[in-house]
Design a protein around this ligand. Structure first.
Ligand code: ADP
Ligand code: MG
Length: 238
């Protein structure tokens, strides 16, 4: 059984079909990217999986259970947003612990797990700092620590590196891969950037104008693209 199964997932906004009958699976421990041009429906898919948007049709099955209708915070899923959204009035440690506190995890356990996560994202000792004292890349790491600390089944990323400069972006790509491998947590990652998607993912879901064009490994997409769109889009790495 796949960790995540998306079946016939459709979202209409009035006359516009943003996502049109999407089907794909994500296996436990995989790093899967949804790749497509701007406006192709990537964020809408992710927001439906997270529970911030209700599907018009279709099923989202997580660990065997259809979670359409389950409130976002009852899903075993965390999301890392494009604009980091750290709480500015809380320290780094308080930001990371926020969700654990809501879930009633005891203070010493919260602090142990926070320290462990700060080590994981290579920011040991940063707990007492204010987010405003950190660089963009460091804030990105804190957002990641916050998403991983309660060990969700699935972490969703919506273009998390798009605001970083090229060098930092490449470094964070490598870091994301390392952290995914070390934690074994399943990542579903949205990007319009072929270079990022092809370098970090086990498999890709290629999206074009709301339609899933192909779901395959990086090698298979290169070697046997199943449409002209996939061939052009995958080939367009600059
Ligand atoms: P992507 O993330 O791939 O850039 P989106 O999922 O954000 O694409 O958007 C897909 C399409 O749905 C776009 O045409 C967008 O304008 C439209 N759309 C997204 N959200 C809404 C909304 N809340 N209301 C109306 N149209 C929307
Ligand atoms: Mg988007």
């Amino acid at each position: 059984m796949s960790l995540l199964s998306v079946r016939g997932l459709t979202k209409r906004f009035g006359d516009l079909t943003a996502v049109d009958g999407a089907n794909f699976d994500v296996e436990d421990g995989e790093f899967v990217s949804i790749l497509g041009p701007s406006g192709s429906g990537k964020s809408t898919i992710l927001r439906m999986v997270a529970g911030f948007e209700t599907p018009t049709e279709g099923e989202i099955v997580l660990a065997g259970e259809n979670i359409v209708g389950t409130p976002p915070f009852e899903r075993d899923i965390n999301m890392v947003f494009q604009n980091l959204a750290l709480f500015p009035h809380l320290t780094v440690a308080e930001n990371i612990q926020y969700g654990l506190k809501q879930r009633g995890v005891q203070k010493d356990e919260r602090e142990r797990r926070t320290e462990e996560m700060l080590e994981m994202v290579r920011l040991p000792g940063y707990g007492p700092r204010d987010p405003s004292e950190l660089s963009g890349g460091e804030q990105q790491r804190v957002a990641l620590a916050r998403a991983l600390v309660n060990e969700p089944a699935l972490v969703l990323f919506d273009e998390p590196l798009s605001s970083l400069d090229r060098k930092l972006r490449q470094h964070m790509q490598t870091e994301l891969q390392r952290i995914q491998a070390e934690t074994g947590i399943t990542f579903l990652y949205v990007t319009h950037d072929q270079e990022v998607a092809l370098s970090v993912s086990d498999r890709l879901v290629v999206l074009n104008d709301g339609l899933v064009e192909q779901v395959d490994s990086v090698e298979a997409l290169y070697e046997s693209p199943q449409s002209q769109f996939v061939a052009d889009f995958i080939g367009d790495v600059n």
